[in-house]
Design a binder for this molecule. Sequence first.
Ligand SMILES: Cc1cc2nc3c(=O)[nH]c(=O)nc-3n(C[C@H](O)[C@H](O)[C@H](O)COP(=O)(O)OP(=O)(O)OC[C@H]3O[C@@H](n4cnc5c(N)ncnc54)[C@H](O)[C@@H]3O)c2cc1C
Length: 463
Amino acid sequence: MRIPLLVIGGGLSGLAAAIRAARFIPEVLLVEKHSRLGGLNSYFYRNNTLYETGLHAITNYADPGNKKAPLNRLFRQLKLRRNDFSFCQQIKSEVVFRNLETLAFSNDADVFETEVRNKFPQATARFQKMLDFIKYFDPFTPSPFRSTRSFLKERLQSPLLAEMILCPLMYYGSSREEDMDLSQFVIMYRAIFQEGMFRPQGTIKDLINILTDHYLQLCGTLRKNCEVKRILITEKRAVGVELENGEVLECDNILSTIGHKETLRLISNSEEPSPTELARLGFVETMYQLRHQSSIGLPKDKTIIFFNNGDKFSYKNPTDFVDFNSGVICFPANFHGLPQKGLTEIRSTHLANYSKWKLLSSTPDQYSRQKQDTSRRSAQMLENLTGSFALNIVYENTFTPVTIERYTAKISGAIYGSPEKIKDGNIGYPNLFLAGTDQGFLGIIGSMLSGVSIVNQHILPKL
Ligand SMILES: Cc1cc2nc3c(=O)[nH]c(=O)nc-3n(C[C@H](O)[C@H](O)[C@H](O)COP(=O)(O)OP(=O)(O)OC[C@H]3O[C@@H](n4cnc5c(N)ncnc54)[C@H](O)[C@@H]3O)c2cc1C
């Protein structure tokens, strides 16, 4: 039997797309190559403890009454009840440059705006004009790339303020070195500085389970450990897929959430990554589990710190394994109303060079030593901002771009995918479309909205 819609990839965009489609299409099949769903945002177990792989904080917080907010639109599109989730809002986050200049923000947009007015009084009027621009700009109509750095330089005329605004937005959503598309900037500014951040009270596993149960109740079909090896094309139409085990599934429509070039590689096996693709932005992340009493010295009122210690904020592929000059520090316990666990956790993220890590991964001992060195140096860097904690580490785990590549098959293990986004999801076939990271909406809410919008745009009108 031909499958009306096959969704490739059980990350958050694939799950959201499959749920949306299953509300209207009787036969939807979601295939995921791994044994767990969630993709970049998943979990693993060590010593009987569940660790989340990706989650720092979810952007785009909105109160239930705000009907137009992306979060509530997403819930309506998926027919999910907000009451099934308990959301905990961030306490307060901060941008810190050179350990001197700080800008705090929270889920109350006034906090950030007041900070900017107080700390950059000479830029107040220009900052207000920028806010007006953000308010009226439509970032969802596809348009050519516009440089945010040039826009901010001209609008704010305060290089430091511009860099401090850019730092969190780039770390949480730019796949492009040293700049970001103006539309993406507007989306991210609203998502982080105006709507704010939160996390579910449960773990990411609980969230994925709710989504999966909902999908199955809508009679969607799910196959895990099911890797697509080839997309079969006949007369410029997708006609099915061949799985890793040799099985062929025939289908009418395919929605791929695995990345643009990654999808093209399933069509033509010869698509080797080019040098520019290999230079995509990579990240290392270390999670430190600490003895509980050690948390006494750590900040209890900060959720995320975005920091930069360089003279200029540099957001590019480092020449060394890791660029420790800037990064993100996450305190996963510091959300309002979150039940406290036994151990305290702290996470650090920095930019990393995929090619160097990849080369080293062929010598496991050296790779492992480099990870240990990264963890140690990152902790030293963090301690300048958080106070000492390294002596109280009981468990630590570092992932590199090679880890991401292994678990999600993303080229160069690039979390944010290709710098070139396909905003309409159209990759040149009438019944094969792209959603997720390479469609251009990033992060958890962004990728889920991407899945929903591509189903709405390309799949449902065909019914
Ligand atoms: C360390 C880290 C921290 C993050 N922190 C946050 C955060 O705090 N807040 C936030 O909002 N976002 C965060 N993100 C980003 C967020 O996780 C992603 O933007 C989002 O989950 C992307 O979802 P996706 O479905 O587009 O892609 P993916 O999650 O990559 O999903 C693609 C899926 O396709 C599967 N797949 C690949 N190839 C095949 C194949 N051939 N056949 C079958 N299946 C295949 C993969 O296994 C994967 O499950 C973080 C990401 C990471 C890695």
